[in-house]
Design a protein around this ligand. Structure first.
Ligand SMILES: Cc1cc2nc3c(=O)[nH]c(=O)nc-3n(C[C@H](O)[C@H](O)[C@H](O)COP(=O)(O)O)c2cc1C
Length: 189
């Protein structure tokens, strides 16, 4: 992977690799204000000049981390030979945009989002399923968006493209924000 093979705009370059990857799963890494890290997979639900979008429960462990320390990292691994790392600050996505995504979700997913106090200890699966049945009765028509659920957007400050080489002299090209633009640097593998 040489410098002239990558787009000068890392968001455009990300789009090309993401399109080829065929999967939208990504590891999201957050940290508490004490600096305790936590990683978990989420689904990437959009990417553009504003950043990288994902959806979750605001009261979950990740939601609590992001409320007290709104910085995060994303790690994509795409077989056979690519990795992308992104870091930056995270904001909530505005209600209109979150709601447009919510309305496109299947009813079962919507009821599950209501039923799950994500990351809390629960006594059994049966309790969750009972809760879904109750909610199904409570919302016979459209299921409203829960106030504790919505989108986040990570605004990138660095985006690194990594490409495997058999001799382990892998390629790493990192873009970092400087002024209004991006500076691209090669990192040792
Ligand atoms: C492939 C995959 C995709 C996932 N996508 C999401 C997602 O988009 N949003 C979400 O809240 N959890 C998603 N999860 C579940 C999370 O990994 C995690 O279990 C959950 O969000 C609770 O994390 P937390 O306790 O750190 O907040 C996904 C899990 C997997 C394996």
């Amino acid at each position: 992977m040489f410098e002239d093979e990558l787009d000068p705009d890392p968001v455009v370059q990300f789009g090309a690799w993401f399109h080829e990857a065929g999967t939208d799963a990504v590891c999201l890494v957050t940290a508490s204000k004490e600096g305790v890290p936590a990683g978990r997979m989420v689904l990437l639900k959009g990417h553009d000049d504003r950043g990288f979008a994902f959806y979750s429960n605001f009261d979950s462990a990740k939601g609590r981390d992001l409320a007290e320390n709104p910085r995060a990292a994303l790690v994509f691994h795409w077989l056979p030979d690519r990795q992308v790392r992104v870091s930056g600050s995270v904001d909530r996505i505005d209600d209109n945009e979150s709601n447009a995504y919510w309305r496109n979700r299947p009813r079962a997913s919507q009821l599950s989002a209501w039923a799950s106090r994500q990351s809390e200890v629960i006594d059994s699966r049966a309790t969750l399923e009972r809760r879904v049945e109750e909610l199904d009765q409570q919302f016979p028509g459209d299921v409203p968006q829960p106030p504790f659920w919505g989108g986040y957007r990570l605004a990138p400050e660095t985006i690194e493209f990594w490409h495997h080489r058999d001799d382990r002299l892998h390629d790493r090209l990192r873009y970092r924000r400087e002024g209004g633009g991006w500076v691209r640097e090669r990192l040792a593998p």
